[in-house]
Design a protein around this ligand. Structure first.
Ligand code: AMP
Ligand code: GLY
Length: 424
């Protein structure tokens, strides 16, 4: 088989690595890819939003399966473009990717189908949002831009002043562009967060092992929100009881709700959960693998990823026995100092050879490129260092040891990824 992967981050590197292990696959392309993905795949210089060019490429090169890693092309309808040409593609169509693309849609869906989530109201008029905040709101309260905002469209407001500023930022100044035409105002919840990713074929859902992200830039969950500074898997807080509850009240009901709405979902559903005192509740849905969740979940998956993805496309996922290793993995992101605000790029990087032939150690590239034959930094999140271990503590020790193997001048990382493990 020939496989094309669309995307260029650490998540797509983990997907490419996983696909490279499939005995069914003899050629991988990645558009646009990065310096690490180039080890397994031929990188093609086409952007993820250039749907027609990507589909032309897949046709001209007889690609058998295209895997969409990123949210923007999914929400923009890349799958519809591929399907209209009879090309096999893994991911939800535009009318299903709305599960991630519109928070107002996903909240209304959960309300209609009794899927547990925070209480909320949707607003498309800033004046009405302000009246609501001044008369009915309890603080802290959460404001969310409806559309995609690089994981930055969520504001937790401690008081009315902050909330009024937030409405201005999202709906009037359009800090997140059209993503802020509509806004969700949501009850503030407390509890541990868990990410559960799943494969879905339209009717059947198979969940993967759990993971936990660390979204803030600095140790102790301080600093700004980022795309994710590190992950561990499994989450010791995701107990059998929590799983049973979510299988019954969250996972299958979401898939059934989408089907009932005429929006059959095929691909990955990522459930962002909060384990509250009143039970698990959905924080958000994503329509793709998490980044850096994929970097800890995929190295633990026993199945051939291509076989599972084909089963999703064909509607035969019920025949797949999805299995994970009985071990643990930790991923620590090495970022450029200053991320997520301002940072230097094109800094030379060293030490990649240290990962060669080291089983259970991975260096997944997120923002790297080649410059004059040398690998240099090319983004805020630069690489994700993943290591496995027989348990979480061992995996964390291994991952932090391996963070020393890669060097670059403005390297920055959190030192407390997986600290929560100690409290479990
Ligand atoms: P989201 O993009 O919806 O996952 O939101 C980003 C982050 O904001 C989440 O990972 C939570 O830490 C936080 N968050 C979102 N919604 C809520 C909520 N209703 N209550 C408390 N924290 C929230
Ligand atoms: N790590 C969170 C996300 O991918 O959305």
């Amino acid at each position: 088989m020939k496989v094309l992967i669309v995307g260029s981050g650490g998540r797509e590197h983990a997907i490419a690595w996983s696909v490279s292990r499939s005995p069914k696959v003899d050629k991988i392309y990645c558009a646009p890819g990065n310096a690490g993905i180039a080890e397994y795949a031929e990188c093609v210089n086409i952007g993820a939003m250039e749907f027609k060019k990507l589909a032309d490429f897949a046709q001209e090169n007889q690609v058998d399966l295209t895997i969409i890693g990123m949210d923007d092309p999914l929400v923009g309808g890349i799958v519809d473009e591929f399907e209209s040409r009879g090309l096999r593609v893994f991911g939800p169509r535009k009318n299903a990717a709305i599960l991630e693309g519109s928070k107002a849609f996903s909240k209304d869906l959960m309300k209609k189908y009794n899927i547990p989530t925070a209480a909320y109201e949707n607003f498309d008029d800033p004046e009405k949002a302000l009246v609501y905040l001044r008369t009915e709101a309890k603080f802290p309260i959460v404001l969310k831009a409806d559309g995609l905002a690089l994981g930055k469209g969520v504001l937790i407001c401690q008081n009315l002043q902050e909330a009024e500023d937030g409405v201005k930022e999202i709906m009037e100044d359009k800090k997140f562009g059209n993503a802020g035409n509509t806004m969700v105002i949501e009850e503030f919840m407390t509890g541990r967060e868990v990410s559960v990713l799943s494969f879905v074929d339209g009717k059947t859902i198979k969940t993967m092992t759990s993971a936990q992200d660390h979204k803030r830039a600095k140790d102790g969950d301080q600093g700004l929100n980022t795309g994710g500074m590190g992950t561990f898997s499994p989450s010791p807080f995701y107990t059998k009881e929590v799983d049973e509850f979510c299988q019954k009240y969250v996972y299958q009901p979401t898939v059934d709700a989408m089907a009932a709405e005429g929006r059959e979902f095929k691909g990955i559903i990522f459930f962002g959960l909060m384990l509250t005192a009143d039970g698990p509740k959905v924080l958000e849905y994503n329509a793709r693998f998490g980044d850096p969740e994929a970097q800890v979940v995929l190295p633990r998956m026993k199945n051939d990823i291509v076989e599972v993805m084909e089963a999703c496309v064909d509607g035969t996922l019920d025949r797949i026995d999805l299995q994970f290793e009985d071990n643990a993995a930790v991923c620590v992101v090495l970022a450029s100092d200053g991320y997520p605000v301002k940072y230097e790029k094109e800094i030379p990087m060293y030490g990649f050879e240290n990962f060669k032939d080291k089983e259970g150690y991975y260096c997944f590239h997120a923002g790297t490129k080649f410059k004059d034959g040398q690998i240099v930094t090319n983004g805020g999140r630069v690489v994700g260092i993943t290591a496995t271990g027989s348990n979480l503590k061992e995996a964390r020790k291994n991952a932090y040891a391996a963070t020393e193997w890669i060097t670059f001048a403005n390297k920055y990382m959190r030192h407390d990824i997986g600290k929560a493990i100690d409290e479990a």
